[in-house]
Design a binder for this molecule. Structure first.
Ligand code: SF4
Ligand code: SF4
Length: 301
Protein backbone atom coordinates (compact mmCIF):
# COMPACT_ATOMS: atom_id res chain seq x y z
CA UNK A 1 0.00 0.00 0.00
CA UNK A 2 1.33 3.44 -0.97
CA UNK A 3 -0.06 6.06 1.33
CA UNK A 4 1.25 9.24 -0.23
CA UNK A 5 1.56 10.73 -3.69
CA UNK A 6 2.94 13.76 -5.48
CA UNK A 7 0.31 16.24 -6.65
CA UNK A 8 0.57 19.65 -8.28
CA UNK A 9 -2.89 21.04 -7.64
CA UNK A 10 -6.27 20.48 -6.05
CA UNK A 11 -8.98 22.41 -7.86
CA UNK A 12 -12.25 22.88 -5.98
CA UNK A 13 -15.55 23.80 -7.67
CA UNK A 14 -14.48 22.29 -11.00
CA UNK A 15 -17.31 22.04 -13.56
CA UNK A 16 -15.54 20.66 -16.65
CA UNK A 17 -14.04 17.46 -15.25
CA UNK A 18 -17.13 15.25 -15.06
CA UNK A 19 -20.72 15.66 -13.86
CA UNK A 20 -21.80 18.21 -11.26
CA UNK A 21 -19.48 20.26 -9.10
CA UNK A 22 -16.25 18.44 -8.39
CA UNK A 23 -12.85 18.61 -6.79
CA UNK A 24 -10.09 17.72 -9.23
CA UNK A 25 -6.83 16.30 -7.92
CA UNK A 26 -3.88 16.67 -10.29
CA UNK A 27 -1.20 13.99 -9.92
CA UNK A 28 2.32 14.62 -11.14
CA UNK A 29 4.12 12.49 -13.71
CA UNK A 30 3.21 11.46 -17.26
CA UNK A 31 4.97 9.11 -19.71
CA UNK A 32 3.45 10.89 -22.73
CA UNK A 33 4.84 13.98 -24.42
CA UNK A 34 1.92 15.47 -26.35
CA UNK A 35 3.15 18.51 -28.25
CA UNK A 36 0.07 20.50 -27.18
CA UNK A 37 -0.11 19.31 -23.54
CA UNK A 38 -1.94 22.06 -21.61
CA UNK A 39 -0.69 20.88 -18.21
CA UNK A 40 3.11 20.81 -18.66
CA UNK A 41 3.54 21.17 -14.90
CA UNK A 42 2.15 17.62 -14.68
CA UNK A 43 4.74 16.03 -16.98
CA UNK A 44 7.70 15.62 -14.62
CA UNK A 45 7.38 13.14 -11.77
CA UNK A 46 9.41 15.49 -9.57
CA UNK A 47 8.69 18.89 -8.03
CA UNK A 48 9.86 21.94 -10.00
CA UNK A 49 9.78 25.71 -9.87
CA UNK A 50 7.64 27.92 -12.11
CA UNK A 51 8.73 31.50 -12.81
CA UNK A 52 6.17 34.20 -13.64
CA UNK A 53 8.09 36.96 -15.44
CA UNK A 54 5.34 39.55 -15.13
CA UNK A 55 5.38 39.31 -11.31
CA UNK A 56 9.15 39.70 -10.91
CA UNK A 57 10.41 43.06 -9.57
CA UNK A 58 14.07 42.01 -10.00
CA UNK A 59 14.87 42.35 -6.29
CA UNK A 60 17.30 39.39 -6.63
CA UNK A 61 16.33 37.88 -3.28
CA UNK A 62 16.09 34.48 -4.96
CA UNK A 63 19.61 34.67 -6.40
CA UNK A 64 21.01 35.57 -2.97
CA UNK A 65 19.19 32.81 -1.12
CA UNK A 66 19.40 29.83 -3.52
CA UNK A 67 21.69 27.23 -1.89
CA UNK A 68 22.79 25.68 -5.20
CA UNK A 69 23.43 28.87 -7.17
CA UNK A 70 20.72 27.91 -9.66
CA UNK A 71 19.33 31.45 -9.96
CA UNK A 72 21.36 34.01 -11.87
CA UNK A 73 20.72 37.25 -13.71
CA UNK A 74 22.24 37.02 -17.16
CA UNK A 75 22.26 40.40 -18.92
CA UNK A 76 19.76 41.50 -16.30
CA UNK A 77 17.39 38.60 -17.08
CA UNK A 78 16.22 36.18 -14.38
CA UNK A 79 17.43 32.66 -15.16
CA UNK A 80 17.02 29.30 -13.40
CA UNK A 81 19.56 26.60 -14.20
CA UNK A 82 17.24 23.58 -14.13
CA UNK A 83 20.21 21.19 -13.81
CA UNK A 84 21.30 22.85 -10.57
CA UNK A 85 17.81 23.40 -9.10
CA UNK A 86 16.86 20.82 -6.46
CA UNK A 87 13.31 22.19 -6.08
CA UNK A 88 13.93 22.94 -2.40
CA UNK A 89 11.35 25.75 -2.60
CA UNK A 90 13.40 28.23 -0.55
CA UNK A 91 13.23 30.85 -3.31
CA UNK A 92 9.46 30.59 -3.71
CA UNK A 93 8.99 31.11 0.03
CA UNK A 94 11.31 34.13 0.01
CA UNK A 95 10.04 35.79 -3.18
CA UNK A 96 8.04 38.90 -2.10
CA UNK A 97 5.73 38.93 -5.14
CA UNK A 98 4.89 35.28 -5.78
CA UNK A 99 6.92 35.27 -9.01
CA UNK A 100 8.28 31.83 -8.08
CA UNK A 101 6.00 28.90 -7.36
CA UNK A 102 6.98 25.39 -6.33
CA UNK A 103 4.78 22.87 -8.18
CA UNK A 104 4.58 19.42 -6.67
CA UNK A 105 3.92 18.45 -3.06
CA UNK A 106 3.59 15.14 -1.30
CA UNK A 107 0.21 14.45 0.24
CA UNK A 108 -1.03 11.45 2.21
CA UNK A 109 -4.34 9.77 1.44
CA UNK A 110 -5.66 10.96 4.83
CA UNK A 111 -4.70 14.57 4.11
CA UNK A 112 -6.29 14.34 0.69
CA UNK A 113 -9.52 12.99 2.15
CA UNK A 114 -9.67 15.90 4.58
CA UNK A 115 -9.50 18.25 1.58
CA UNK A 116 -12.12 16.35 -0.39
CA UNK A 117 -14.54 16.08 2.52
CA UNK A 118 -14.85 19.88 2.69
CA UNK A 119 -17.21 19.80 -0.30
CA UNK A 120 -19.22 16.63 0.27
CA UNK A 121 -22.48 18.60 0.52
CA UNK A 122 -21.70 20.34 -2.75
CA UNK A 123 -21.05 17.01 -4.47
CA UNK A 124 -24.31 15.59 -3.12
CA UNK A 125 -26.39 18.58 -4.16
CA UNK A 126 -24.93 18.86 -7.67
CA UNK A 127 -24.39 15.22 -8.59
CA UNK A 128 -20.64 15.87 -8.51
CA UNK A 129 -17.69 14.19 -6.86
CA UNK A 130 -13.95 13.77 -7.21
CA UNK A 131 -11.85 13.67 -10.39
CA UNK A 132 -8.29 12.38 -10.57
CA UNK A 133 -6.32 14.01 -13.37
CA UNK A 134 -2.74 14.92 -14.12
CA UNK A 135 -0.24 14.30 -15.56
CA UNK A 136 -1.28 10.71 -15.97
CA UNK A 137 -2.83 9.56 -12.68
CA UNK A 138 -2.13 5.90 -13.48
CA UNK A 139 1.60 6.68 -13.29
CA UNK A 140 1.04 6.77 -9.47
CA UNK A 141 -1.44 3.90 -9.54
CA UNK A 142 -0.81 2.57 -6.03
CA UNK A 143 -1.50 5.93 -4.42
CA UNK A 144 -4.38 6.48 -6.85
CA UNK A 145 -5.98 3.17 -5.91
CA UNK A 146 -5.81 3.91 -2.18
CA UNK A 147 -7.29 7.38 -2.71
CA UNK A 148 -10.08 5.97 -4.91
CA UNK A 149 -10.88 3.29 -2.33
CA UNK A 150 -11.21 5.92 0.39
CA UNK A 151 -13.51 7.96 -1.88
CA UNK A 152 -15.76 4.92 -2.41
CA UNK A 153 -15.87 4.27 1.35
CA UNK A 154 -17.40 7.76 1.58
CA UNK A 155 -19.77 7.06 -1.35
CA UNK A 156 -18.14 9.78 -3.49
CA UNK A 157 -18.61 9.66 -7.27
CA UNK A 158 -15.19 9.17 -8.88
CA UNK A 159 -13.83 10.12 -12.30
CA UNK A 160 -10.48 9.08 -13.77
CA UNK A 161 -9.14 11.48 -16.42
CA UNK A 162 -6.58 9.33 -18.24
CA UNK A 163 -4.54 8.97 -21.41
CA UNK A 164 -5.11 5.22 -21.10
CA UNK A 165 -1.38 4.62 -21.37
CA UNK A 166 -0.64 1.99 -18.72
CA UNK A 167 -0.28 -1.80 -18.56
CA UNK A 168 -3.71 -3.45 -18.59
CA UNK A 169 -3.10 -4.87 -15.08
CA UNK A 170 -2.60 -1.34 -13.78
CA UNK A 171 -5.84 -0.08 -15.30
CA UNK A 172 -7.65 -3.22 -14.10
CA UNK A 173 -6.43 -2.64 -10.54
CA UNK A 174 -8.52 0.56 -10.21
CA UNK A 175 -11.59 -0.37 -12.29
CA UNK A 176 -13.80 -1.25 -9.32
CA UNK A 177 -13.31 2.18 -7.77
CA UNK A 178 -13.91 4.37 -10.84
CA UNK A 179 -17.45 5.45 -11.81
CA UNK A 180 -16.57 7.33 -14.99
CA UNK A 181 -13.55 7.42 -17.30
CA UNK A 182 -12.55 10.53 -19.26
CA UNK A 183 -10.41 8.69 -21.78
CA UNK A 184 -8.20 10.59 -24.25
CA UNK A 185 -8.25 9.58 -27.89
CA UNK A 186 -5.83 11.49 -30.08
CA UNK A 187 -4.28 9.81 -33.10
CA UNK A 188 -5.36 6.61 -34.85
CA UNK A 189 -2.08 5.97 -36.65
CA UNK A 190 0.67 4.50 -34.49
CA UNK A 191 3.52 6.22 -36.33
CA UNK A 192 1.88 9.64 -35.95
CA UNK A 193 1.10 8.84 -32.32
CA UNK A 194 4.76 8.12 -31.66
CA UNK A 195 5.78 11.35 -33.41
CA UNK A 196 3.40 13.78 -31.68
CA UNK A 197 2.85 11.98 -28.38
CA UNK A 198 6.10 10.12 -27.86
CA UNK A 199 4.66 6.64 -27.31
CA UNK A 200 2.78 3.95 -29.23
CA UNK A 201 -1.03 3.93 -29.17
CA UNK A 202 -1.33 0.11 -29.15
CA UNK A 203 -1.71 -0.22 -25.37
CA UNK A 204 -4.12 2.71 -25.25
CA UNK A 205 -6.39 1.12 -27.86
CA UNK A 206 -6.23 -2.25 -26.10
CA UNK A 207 -7.19 -0.68 -22.78
CA UNK A 208 -10.10 1.15 -24.34
CA UNK A 209 -11.29 -2.03 -26.01
CA UNK A 210 -10.96 -3.88 -22.71
CA UNK A 211 -13.27 -1.33 -21.04
CA UNK A 212 -15.82 -1.65 -23.84
CA UNK A 213 -15.63 -5.46 -23.93
CA UNK A 214 -16.12 -5.78 -20.17
CA UNK A 215 -19.33 -3.76 -20.19
CA UNK A 216 -17.80 -0.44 -19.10
CA UNK A 217 -18.29 1.39 -22.43
CA UNK A 218 -21.22 3.29 -20.91
CA UNK A 219 -18.83 4.64 -18.27
CA UNK A 220 -16.45 6.05 -20.88
CA UNK A 221 -16.45 9.59 -22.25
CA UNK A 222 -13.81 9.94 -24.93
CA UNK A 223 -11.90 13.20 -25.11
CA UNK A 224 -10.57 14.25 -28.48
CA UNK A 225 -8.18 17.25 -28.59
CA UNK A 226 -8.80 19.02 -31.90
CA UNK A 227 -5.30 20.12 -32.91
CA UNK A 228 -5.19 21.91 -36.29
CA UNK A 229 -3.07 20.06 -38.85
CA UNK A 230 -2.30 17.18 -36.46
CA UNK A 231 -5.41 15.48 -35.07
CA UNK A 232 -8.09 17.21 -37.14
CA UNK A 233 -7.00 15.79 -40.51
CA UNK A 234 -9.54 13.82 -42.54
CA UNK A 235 -7.18 10.83 -42.41
CA UNK A 236 -7.05 10.84 -38.62
CA UNK A 237 -10.79 11.49 -38.19
CA UNK A 238 -11.44 8.55 -40.54
CA UNK A 239 -9.12 6.27 -38.55
CA UNK A 240 -10.71 7.25 -35.24
CA UNK A 241 -14.24 6.80 -36.60
CA UNK A 242 -13.37 3.28 -37.70
CA UNK A 243 -11.90 2.43 -34.30
CA UNK A 244 -14.63 4.03 -32.19
CA UNK A 245 -17.37 2.40 -34.30
CA UNK A 246 -15.92 -0.98 -33.33
CA UNK A 247 -16.29 -0.27 -29.58
CA UNK A 248 -19.47 -1.17 -27.72
CA UNK A 249 -21.68 1.41 -26.02
CA UNK A 250 -19.24 4.33 -25.64
CA UNK A 251 -21.22 7.03 -23.83
CA UNK A 252 -20.01 10.15 -25.66
CA UNK A 253 -17.07 11.97 -27.19
CA UNK A 254 -16.05 15.48 -26.13
CA UNK A 255 -14.18 17.70 -28.59
CA UNK A 256 -11.49 19.80 -26.91
CA UNK A 257 -10.39 22.68 -29.18
CA UNK A 258 -6.68 23.56 -29.17
CA UNK A 259 -5.55 26.60 -27.26
CA UNK A 260 -2.04 27.99 -26.99
CA UNK A 261 -0.27 27.46 -23.65
CA UNK A 262 3.28 28.37 -24.70
CA UNK A 263 3.52 30.78 -21.74
CA UNK A 264 3.25 27.87 -19.28
CA UNK A 265 6.19 26.13 -20.94
CA UNK A 266 8.46 29.15 -20.64
CA UNK A 267 7.54 29.43 -16.95
CA UNK A 268 8.96 25.91 -16.50
CA UNK A 269 11.95 26.37 -18.82
CA UNK A 270 10.49 23.73 -21.14
CA UNK A 271 10.46 23.67 -24.93
CA UNK A 272 7.00 24.14 -26.53
CA UNK A 273 7.07 22.05 -29.68
CA UNK A 274 3.72 23.16 -31.10
CA UNK A 275 4.06 25.34 -34.20
CA UNK A 276 2.04 28.58 -34.06
CA UNK A 277 -1.56 27.89 -34.97
CA UNK A 278 -5.05 29.17 -34.23
CA UNK A 279 -7.87 27.44 -32.43
CA UNK A 280 -10.09 25.38 -34.77
CA UNK A 281 -13.09 27.34 -36.06
CA UNK A 282 -16.73 26.47 -35.48
CA UNK A 283 -17.12 25.07 -39.00
CA UNK A 284 -14.31 22.55 -38.45
CA UNK A 285 -15.64 21.53 -35.04
CA UNK A 286 -19.16 21.08 -36.40
CA UNK A 287 -17.83 18.95 -39.24
CA UNK A 288 -16.04 16.63 -36.76
CA UNK A 289 -19.18 16.57 -34.60
CA UNK A 290 -21.24 15.48 -37.62
CA UNK A 291 -18.71 12.73 -38.41
CA UNK A 292 -18.95 11.16 -34.94
CA UNK A 293 -22.72 11.60 -34.74
CA UNK A 294 -22.82 9.78 -38.06
CA UNK A 295 -21.60 6.60 -36.33
CA UNK A 296 -24.14 7.00 -33.54
CA UNK A 297 -21.90 8.58 -30.87
CA UNK A 298 -23.10 11.59 -28.88
CA UNK A 299 -20.77 14.59 -29.20
CA UNK A 300 -20.17 17.58 -26.95
CA UNK A 301 -18.07 20.60 -27.96
S1 SF4 B 1 13.97 25.75 -5.65
FE1 SF4 B 1 15.81 25.82 -4.34
S2 SF4 B 1 17.46 25.11 -5.69
FE2 SF4 B 1 15.75 25.64 -7.04
S3 SF4 B 1 16.10 27.76 -7.65
FE3 SF4 B 1 14.79 27.82 -5.81
S4 SF4 B 1 16.19 28.00 -4.07
FE4 SF4 B 1 17.40 27.36 -5.84
S1 SF4 C 1 12.71 37.02 -5.42
FE1 SF4 C 1 10.94 37.00 -6.80
S2 SF4 C 1 10.67 39.15 -7.39
FE2 SF4 C 1 12.72 38.98 -6.49
S3 SF4 C 1 14.06 38.63 -8.30
FE3 SF4 C 1 13.50 36.63 -7.48
S4 SF4 C 1 11.68 36.04 -8.69
FE4 SF4 C 1 11.97 38.24 -8.96
Amino acid sequence: MVNSGLIFDIKRFAVHDGPGIRTTVFLKGCPLRCWWCHNPEGISCASEVMFFTYKCIECRTCAGICPTGAVTFESGMHHIDRQKCTACGICSEACPTGALKLVGRMITVEELMQELEKDILLYDNSGGGVTFSGGEPLSQHRFLKEALKECKKRFLHTVLDTSGYAPVEVLSSVLDYVDLFLFDLKLADDEEHRKYIGVSNVQIKENLRMLADTGRGGDVILRFPVIPGITDTERNIGGLLEFVASLKDIRRIDLLPFHDVSEKYSRLGREYKMPACSAPDAERLNHIKDCFEGIGIGVKI
